[in-house]
Ligand binder design. Structure first.
Ligand SMILES: Cc1ncc(COP(=O)(O)O)c(C=O)c1O
Length: 394
């Protein structure tokens, strides 16, 4: 981070106090544009679970993003941006640009969703029965289980139909009078093994072919009688938190050429559900040292944000967000703790920080935008960090 950026963070901390979670909307725009530029045939449905702050959703909306939502409240955060559109335009937006990509939906949610007629994912027979009864107007996308090897966050043990069962599920849906528009998968979040995507694309291609052969074609019926299928390649696009993370540019090239090779005869609309990729690098946390002790010869800093708050991503997302000091001085191995009365609230036992920092000094952590503030709690009465925006509304 350069001196100008540091000065901006210090000024924001003076103005707003700490902890502050600073969202840079220019960086959100840059991430969105990079995704579009490198995967030009893929429509990004921003997975708002990574960070559902309404201002982030608004910036994505203004950029022309589509959205992946995981619950009714998330759906309503997106809906806020379209509620004043004329009825038909609003309905077209929901059908064309929102996917409810949680394969398990409570009956209450299905009932609430049905009038909006969105696309929803499913991966098992009993979900199909529920959809038939409570949301028969929804469009369906079948989520399949694909390898998640080498991804930081594994999802395949919880979601996805076995590819071998896929066509039976499509048959079952068709027999229930429901239309299956396409296939989705998720290779696991922060995927550093690009073979996962390649294998998943091959599974999807085989399923499209087999469904065609068995005369249970997938896709939306166009006026000319042909069908347009949805191929949803999910999330997982890796963020370069550390130098060993593989390049998104390389991944994008592989995905583009594999899609071209496998689906050249299909009339498909390819979509993706990037979450982390859009928000991780767009946010920086500024925290204050509220206590200092030396334990067993190691300097320990107590901060006003921790593992129950913005650093919750350490637990749920398996990420680390190294803390840096604004003051320049030689560093030593220090421990950093959050503000609660729980020893689990340990941010790191090995942060490289100057050991001569004082109470009230500030620290910052970069690339902390995904799955962090989104999972912060009020544990011990400490509220989540205040959100501050920069470069909003251009
Ligand atoms: C269904 C679904 N789609 C998209 C995402 C976003 O994934 P990522 O943040 O890795 O892009 C997730 C993350 O858990 C997910 O479960």
């Amino acid at each position: 981070m350069n001196q100008v950026e540091k000065k901006l963070l210090l000024d924001l901390a003076t103005k707003h106090g700490t902890p502050i979670f600073v969202i840079d909307h220019d960086k959100l725009r840059a991430n969105f544009r990079e995704f579009r530029e490198k995967l030009p045939e893929v429509q990004p449905y921003f997975a708002i679970k990574a960070n559902s702050h309404p201002e982030i959703v608004k910036t994505m909306f203004d950029l022309g993003a589509s959205f992946d939502v995981a619950s009714m409240p998330e759906f309503m955060v997106v809906h806020e941006n379209i509620k004043n559109l004329p009825d038909q335009e609003r309905q077209d937006f929901i059908w064309d640009k929102i996917i409810y990509a949680n394969t398990i939906k409570p009956v209450e949610t299905l009932k609430e969703l049905n009038p909006y007629k969105p696309l929803v994912t499913f991966d098992n027979p009993s979900e199909l029965e529920k959809i038939k009864e409570h949301a028969p107007d929804a469009g369906l996308v079948l989520r399949i289980r694909v390898p998640n090897t080498g991804s930081m966050v594994e999802l395949s043990s919880k979601f996805g139909a076995h590819p071998g069962e896929a066509v039976d599920l499509i048959t079952q849906a068709t027999n229930l009078g429901l239309g299956v528009e396409g296939i989705s998968f998720h290779v696991g979040s922060q995927c550093n093994n690009f073979d996962n995507y390649m294998q998943a694309l091959n599974f999807a291609s085989s399923i499209f072919k087999e469904a065609e052969l068995r005369k249970y074609p997938i896709g939306f019926k166009c006026k000319d009688g042909s069908r347009e299928k949805v191929l949803d390649i999910g999330g997982g696009f890796p963020v370069k938190y550390t130098p060993d993370v593989k390049s998104f540019t390389v991944l994008a090239k592989k995905i583009n050429s594999e899609i071209k090779r496998l689906f050249k005869k299909d009339n498909i609309q390819v979509i993706a559900e990037p979450g982390r990729f859009m928000v991780a690098t767009a946010c920086t946390l500024v925290v204050k040292i509220i206590g200092k002790a030396v334990r067993d010869g190691k300097t320990c800093y107590y901060l006003n944000d921790g593992v129950y708050h913005t650093f919750s991503g350490q637990v749920f997302d398996h990420q680390h967000y190294p803390l840096r000091a604004f003051k320049e001085a030689p560093t030593a191995v220090c421990a950093t703790f959050g503000p609660t009365c729980d020893a689990f609230d340990t941010i790191s036992l090995a942060d490289e920080l100057p050991d001569n920092l004082e109470i009230h000094d500030l620290l910052y952590a970069e690339n902390i935008g995904a799955y962090s503030h989104a999972s912060a709690t009020y544990f011990n009465g400490f509220p989540p960090a205040k959100v501050v925006h920069v470069n909003k509304g251009r």
